[in-house]
Design a protein around this ligand. Structure first.
Ligand SMILES: [Zn+2]
Length: 122
């Protein structure tokens, strides 16, 4: 049985969700969604390593902007499926765009939940 793809960084046990490709003739490191097949000059990375990757001196990094999805399961890869389900079940830290934020409310103006402070009429 084939094991799920792991991050290629030394000692990193996490599941790979992205593929780093070195495009040597353009001095560019491309971090994209996990490639279907491993190719020369490609390295699988977990999400933290994919997000924190920095290019070697003189190189550019082109990073996939968006969520890295775990690879879709294949019928002969139940271990990967179980792994993906476990990953999905794990509580993730809130992303900045999910944190409730109303740019128009400004500083606290007496609005708390469903209660409103009614200014005195006299
Ligand atoms: Zn990693």
């Amino acid at each position: 049985m084939r094991s799920p793809r792991r991050c290629s960084r030394n000692g990193c046990p996490r599941q790979a969700v992205a593929t780093l490709t070195y495009v040597y003739n353009e001095s560019t490191a491309v971090v994209g969604p996990l490639a279907a097949f491993a190719e020369p000059h490609t390295y699988d990375l977990c999400e933290p390593h994919a997000r924190s990757l920095t290019a070697p001196r003189g190189w550019d990094v082109v990073r996939h902007e968006g969520e890295f999805e775990p690879p879709p399961p294949t019928t002969d890869d139940l271990v990967a499926l179980a792994e993906a389900v476990r990953e999905a079940a794990r509580p993730a830290p809130p992303r900045p765009d999910e944190i409730e934020h109303d740019p128009h409310s400004g500083p606290q103006t007496g609005r708390r939940g469903h209660l409103r402070v009614i200014p005195p009429s006299h």
